[in-house]
Design a protein around this ligand. Structure first.
Ligand code: GDP
Ligand code: ZN
Length: 320
């Protein structure tokens, strides 16, 4: 170790002897330990060099699932995290007034819903989209269980989201339709998996990579050995070269840190119409002379999306 760089708070990258280190990704963390996977494909338990924690702006989030790191291999079983690279696409939630980072370097979110069983709820898609826009994570809408409905039933909803510019894939974990395009979309990316339970997330992922078994993989075994029984984010490498991040906290939707006033901004097609509202603080609900409501009447904004907006605004999390 050459030593830490100066005290510049913005510069948290340590200067270290990179020749004895290997680049890796953090698959899972538990307490002061983590499971890392080197770019050469070795999975290895690591501790974290104390200075890495000390240098971190927030020691609670010093190392999280999805982090890119440099590790020094100690022996076949052990390594030491020497450096955490700067992050992008951080998913976090607030707990006790502080930010808790769930996963880092998230490139995209796979929002899984089912065409039926449980029935398709566009409102839920819109909630996930708000969260993705908030986290600046590119969403992919995935409608699974298409074998249960007639293709024409899905045309309106597919058309609506495609027109908004969102990527949308139809698939079936039962007959394999749409799995190949999904595989291509996940290639080389760190993708977080979202969607309510029962829509077929595990089934799809096991189709994408048959060598994975989300429930019994070695990674979750490792995590369950940790002292921390709270279920954390776990990242799985997939054979097609990519990583899927699975966490109950992300599966069960929450609108992370979204303020009521921010919601309209995450309905991307509202943006051109908001400046046309008479009142600068218009919530587009009961106000007169509202540009958004006029656009709904003129069918420039889908009434389904507007209904979703109203539902989200009426959430108890926004009660004052
Ligand atoms: P998860 O909770 O989102 O991970 O959902 P699972 O992958 O556990 O799937 C829930 C149920 O839906 C299981 O009984 C699956 O067999 C079933 N299932 C998953 N994908 C499909 C599909 O494409 N079509 C049909 N008909 N059933 C599916
Ligand atoms: Zn308005």
């Amino acid at each position: 170790v050459i030593g830490a760089e100066g005290s510049d708070e913005e510069n948290l990258v340590r200067a270290i002897d990179e020749s004895v280190c290997e680049p890796a990704r953090i698959l899972s963390t538990a307490g002061l330990n983590c499971l890392a996977r080197t770019d050469s494909g070795r999975e290895i338990e690591c501790t974290v060099r104390r200075v890495v924690r000390t240098l971190s702006r927030d020691s609670r989030n010093a190392l999280v699932t999805g982090d890119r790191v440099l590790i020094q291999i100690v022996n076949d079983q052990q390594g030491v995290v020497e450096r955490v690279e700067p992050r992008h696409g951080v998913l976090s939630r607030e707990s006790g007034g502080r930010e808790h980072i769930i996963a880092a370097n998230v490139d995209q979110a796979l929002i899984v819903v089912s065409a039926d069983d449980p029935p398709l709820k566009p409102n839920l898609i819109d909630r996930f989209l708000v969260s993705s826009e908030r986290g600046e994570v590119a969403p992919i809408i995935c409608i699974n269980k298409t074998d249960l409905v007639a293709p024409s039933d899905l045309q309106p909803i597919v058309g609506m989201y495609a027109q908004l510019g969102y990527r949308i894939v139809l698939c079936s974990g039962l007959n394999g339709v749409g799995i190949a395009p999904l595989q291509r979309m996940l290639r080389g990316k760190q993708t977080v998996l979202s969607g309510q339970s029962g829509v077929g997330k595990s089934t799809i992922i096991n189709q994408i990579d048959p060598s994975l078994n989300l429930d019994t993989s070695s990674v979750s075994d490792w995590t369950s050995k940790g002292k921390h029984t709270t279920r954390r984010a776990v990242m799985y490498p997939i054979v097609a070269n990519g990583w899927v991040i699975d966490t109950p906290g992300i599966r069960q939707l929450a609108l992370w840190n979204v303020e009521r006033e921010e919601v309209e901004g995450y309905f991307i097609e509202f943006r051109p119409f908001v400046p046309l509202c008479r009142f600068p603080d218009c919530r587009h609900t009961i106000e007169a002379d509202c540009g958004v409501k006029r656009a709904v009447v003129a069918e420039l904004i889908s009434s389904q999306r507007y209904d979703s907006y109203l539902k989200i605004l009426s959430d108890e999390q926004f009660d004052e």
